[in-house]
Design a protein around this ligand. Structure first.
Ligand code: AHM
Ligand code: MG
Length: 334
């Protein structure tokens, strides 16, 4: 009986593919994994350690924070700010860029993250997760400025998530496909269990919050109505629906068994062109989905091509099985 390929081993072997790699990137990812193991431990202990419920604070988006949102945010900031590998960090829970403390060298990478995605599921025992994205700092060795984080998603050097579900899993990509690891809690190591995850181009499963139906634009309404018409409709087969309400869990399902996920533009709040955030959710998930052979679009453009305009910008998200995403995109053109 052997332990298998650990995440630490895998990261080091993968960075050897880059002859110029200094080891900084491997060290950075390893430090981030420690934070994900800690956050997972708090999520799984939940009420036993008083981690559930509201923190009585709000974040920059005016959302009430859960205790675990705050715990997860601080865990990542504090696991990463001393390392010397980062020039700055931004978080869904922070107003602006987090400055690396004085006396610590500024590195060549930027970390962008949603510390605990799926907040509405935290208190009810449903899967949640951490989403992260890594960019190169335009000026390595200096404090990162806000504009430095506004790079199109295609420039990500790494993206991934930790899923705190029936097991704690870590899924990431550096541009060589998508690999998934499962935490072996007794040993404290993530072990490779899902090598080279792929998304079939076709699917009969979709994920969307159906309660927003009346707020959608015509192309999305048409697409979903056709799926719901089943065998008797134009698609001539039945489709199944799943909606966890935690993007990490919904995307993980698609990476494991295919499907399409939509959080489209809706008219509920005209100031917000979608619910999900470009830098913390859409870009990293879009990168993973493309790396697994799928597609990621707003309906009008490829997500990874968007030039970000603000740290907390929101965008419509349609991602997963390539042929289905292309179909929804075509409906937006006709
Ligand atoms: P959060 O970052 O505040 O948790 O919000 C993002 C989450 C996603 O994980 C999920 O896909 C979506 O919000 C669910 O939204 P809704 O409650 O409208 O279905
Ligand atoms: Mg989120």
């Amino acid at each position: 009986m052997q332990i298998g390929t650990t995440l630490s081993q895998f990261i080091i072997e993968e960075t050897r593919l880059y002859p110029e790699a200094s080891g900084d990137f491997a060290a950075l990812l390893n430090d981030l994994m420690v934070a994900c193991k800690f956050i997972g431990s708090q999520v799984y202990r939940g009420a036993l350690v008083g981690a559930l419920g509201s923190a009585d604070t709000g974040n920059v988006q005016g959302e009430v924070q859960k205790k675990l949102d705050v715990i997860a945010n601080n865990a990542i900031l504090k696991s990463m700010d001393w390392t010397g590998h980062l020039a700055g960090m931004v978080s869904e829970e922070e107003d602006g860029p987090y400055e690396i403390p004085a006396g610590i060298p500024r590195g060549k990478y930027l970390l962008l993250f949603d510390p605990l995605d799926g907040s509405s599921n935290i208190d009810v025992g449903i899967s949640v997760g951490t989403i992260f994205s890594i960019l190169k700092a335009p000026t390595a060795g200096e404090n990162a400025k806000l504009e430095d984080f506004l790079q199109p998603g295609a420039q990500q050097v790494c993206a991934g998530y930790a899923l705190y579900g029936s097991s704690n899993m870590l899924v990431y990509s550096t541009g060589f496909g998508v690999n998934g690891f499962t935490l072996l809690p007794e040993v404290g190591e993530y072990v490779l269990t899902h090598p080279q995850m792929r998304i079939p181009e076709d699917t009969s499963e979709y994920a969307i919050n159906m309660s927003n139906h009346r707020h959608w634009e015509a192309p999305v309404r048409r697409y979903i109505d056709e799926l719901n018409a089943g065998k008797e409709g134009p698609r001539e087969r039945d489709f199944n629906m799943r909606w966890v309400g935690s993007m990490v869990a919904d995307v993980h399902r698609i990476l494991c068994r295919g499907g399409i996920f939509l959080y489209p533009f809706d008219t509920k709040d005209p100031k917000k062109p979608g619910k999900l955030r470009l830098l913390y959710e859409a870009n990293p998930m879009g990168f993973l989905i493309e790396q697994a052979g799928g597609a990621a679009s707003t309906g009008r453009e490829r997500i990874l091509d968007i030039q970000p305009e603000g740290l907390h910008q929101r965008v419509p998200v349609i991602l997963g099985a390539k042929n289905e995403v292309e179909r929804v995109t075509q409906y937006h053109q006709s």
